[in-house]
Write a protein that binds this ligand. Structure first.
Ligand SMILES: Cc1cc2nc3c(=O)[nH]c(=O)nc-3n(C[C@H](O)[C@H](O)[C@H](O)COP(=O)(O)O)c2cc1C
Length: 416
């Protein structure tokens, strides 16, 4: 995987906006367009010369090929069944990069407002930043409630930012989102939901997917069973189901039997999401529910290597936990990538991001307080490095002690 830093070829939608104003020109060799008739959208069909997403990176040996392929979404086959779930405020490009490097077959962007994107809002355009060198496929999630802005936003995501997949959010339970008729509220209006998908599928040639909950509330029952069939007819090439009703938000447990039931009813791939906390569990969900893929969300925070562990477990290999050194390196890399995106104000963001990596460290509470009080990324990283190095030294001392004890009992046995 190429190091994205510096990112000379990275797609910058803000630059693209200026470019688009001039009606033509490319920021990175990708299309930066205003006239759809002048350019073909990128094809994902290997036969047509598009990117072959199942091809191995050149540095990966054949023995490391997972035995199980990922799902085919429209004409696009993912290289394995473990995907990063979309998380607003979390799955920005640095986060997606770390997870893709660790083996995730695809990573969904944060949700992007179709209306704001179609009006070229600066902050919204930033959410589409990526680098085609490492992000393949680029999967953009949109939220909206009118066909026109969703169709236009989908077109922009594909033609200007190079999206390979576009997802419609019909799942978000956040009060602000639902009360304005977006996200999970779409489940209360199946006709509208289908019209939106139809408009998006007509607007772009890449696969359109939909992220869903089973229904709006448990009292209404799993509306998704009939809606799923209609969404596939409307042009959805895959459905992603988080097995909690919208009104449940994140309470209770995700119901994977509903994911399995939906998968048995529709002809398109159904991807399951909800409460996967370990690689073993990810593989178990995949196998037990006969699914083509699963998404991992919260469990990947501060643990991007969970995707590597999933691939090992799928191949029935041991998946040793990441070492403290690896944790430290990943945290530092995450911080530096975010700094590249945000600048010096990254220190505020790191108050959350570095916390994810400090889980289970001795003295974590004090370390967290120290990191939160700092307003300089270098000092924040120094603090984390010192704490991790102390933990590594303690770990080395413990294993030395253990070895001594083992030697002593072996000697005692020999003497006896
Ligand atoms: C902080 C956070 C933000 C999320 N944002 C989105 C989002 O933008 N779009 C979406 O479809 N789901 C979103 N989700 C839901 C996740 O994609 C996923 O379905 C859910 O967290 C259950 O999976 P998990 O238990 O593996 O985290 C979000 C979840 C979290 C925790």
């Amino acid at each position: 995987m190429p190091d994205p830093s510096p990112r000379p070829d990275s797609f910058d939608p803000l630059a693209a906006q200026a470019s688009a104003d001039r009606s033509k020109g490319t920021a990175d060799g990708r299309a930066v367009l205003t006239d759809p008739h002048l350019n073909e959208p990128a094809s994902n069909d290997p036969a047509s010369g598009g990117s072959a997403l199942t091809e191995l990176p050149s540095n990966e040996s054949p023995s490391s090929v997972p035995t199980l392929r990922g799902p085919t979404l429209g004409g696009l086959t993912l290289k394995n069944p473990f995907l990063l779930a979309p998380m607003a405020g979390v799955t920005d490009w640095p986060y997606r990069l770390l997870c893709l490097e660790m083996g995730a077959a695809a990573a969904v962007s944060e949700m992007v407002s179709a209306v704001a994107l179609s009006h070229r809002g600066r902050g919204t355009l930033k959410l589409l930043r990526t680098d085609p060198l490492w992000e393949k496929p680029f999967w953009v999630q949109l939220f909206g409630k009118d066909s026109e802005s969703l169709a236009l936003a989908a077109k922009m995501a594909v033609e200007e930012a190079g999206a390979d997949l576009v997802d419609l959010n019909a799942a978000c339970p956040a009060r602000k989102v639902v009360s304005s008729g977006h996200g999970g509220a779409l489940l209360k209006n199946p006709d509208l939901c289908c019209r939106l998908v139809e408009a998006m599928a007509k607007a772009v040639e890449v696969p359109v997917t939909v992220k869903l909950r089973p229904g709006f509330s448990p009292e209404d029952g799993p509306a998704v069973m009939s809606l799923g069939l209609r969404l596939a007819d409307a042009g959805a090439k895959a459905l992603i189901l988080h097995g909690r009703y919208v009104t449940q938000q994140f309470g209770g447990e995700a119901d994977w039997s509903l994911v399995e039931e939906l998968a048995s009813r529709v002809a398109v791939p159904v991807i399951g999401s909800g409460d996967i906390t370990s690689a073993d569990q990810a593989v178990k969900r995949l196998m037990d529910h006969h699914l083509p893929a699963v998404m991992i969300g919260r469990a990947s925070r501060g643990r991007p290597w969970i995707f590597r562990e999933c691939l090992s477990r799928l191949r029935n290999e041991e998946a040793p936990p990441a070492s403290l050194r690896e944790r430290l390196n990943a945290a530092a890399r995450h911080a530096r990538l975010l700094e590249e995106e945000i600048g010096p104000k990254v220190c505020f963001r790191l108050r959350t991001v570095l916390m994810w990596y400090t889980r289970d460290l001795p003295g974590a509470a004090k370390l967290r307080a120290g990191i939160c009080a700092e307003e300089d990324v270098n000092r924040q990283l120094d603090m984390l490095t010192r704490a991790m190095e102390e933990a590594m030294e303690a770990e080395a001392r413990d294993s030395e002690e253990d070895e001594k004890k083992a030697d002593a009992s072996a000697d005692a046995l020999a003497d006896a």
